[in-house]
Structures are given as structure tokens and as C-alpha cells.
Design a protein. Structure first.
Length: 84
């Protein structure tokens, strides 16, 4: 007598049908630049801070028709008054 083939579900992180939020690879590169517009030892300083970041991610499991990776560019600009 032959026994029927029993298939067990895959259990674990990043397996088949795991969520897209399970990241296999996540990388970020950042560059920033700070410019001092005005500075006085008695009154403080006025600065402009700019920053750019590039982010890429790849999930462990990719469903049919879903993108295999994602990319994002982020920019940040800040004007600061620094107290003396």
C-alpha cells in the first residue's frame, strides 16, 4: 500500500509567500553639505544644511508580477539659527 504524499508548508523568514516587508538587502548612501551664512561669537550663527540620501531594497521573496526591488531618493533642506 502506498501512502499519499504529504506536503508541509514552508515555515521561516523569507520563504515562499513571505511578505514583501521581509528585506534581503537594504542599502543607503547619504551626502550632506553645511553652509554658514553668518557667524558672530556674541550672537550665534545662521546655517543652511542640505542632505541627499539614496535608498535601495530587495525582498527575500518576490510574488509574480511584483517589482523585484525598490529605489528611493530623499532630499532635506534646513535653515538653522545656532545659539552662542
Amino acid at each position: 500500500m502506498t501512502s499519499p504524499l504529504v506536503t508541509k508548508p514552508f515555515i521561516g523568514f523569507g520563504g515562499i509567500n513571505s511578505p514583501n516587508s521581509a528585506n534581503r538587502a537594504l542599502q543607503e548612501g547619504t551626502i550632506d553639505w553645511t553652509q554658514t551664512f553668518w557667524k558672530n561669537p556674541q550672537y550665534g550663527a545662521v546655517l543652511m544644511v542640505t542632505q541627499f540620501s539614496y535608498l535601495t531594497r530587495a525582498p527575500w521573496f518576490v510574488a509574480t508580477g511584483a517589482p523585484k526591488n525598490a529605489h528611493l531618493g530623499m532630499g532635506y533642506l534646513s535653515i538653522r539659527y545656532v545659539l552662542p
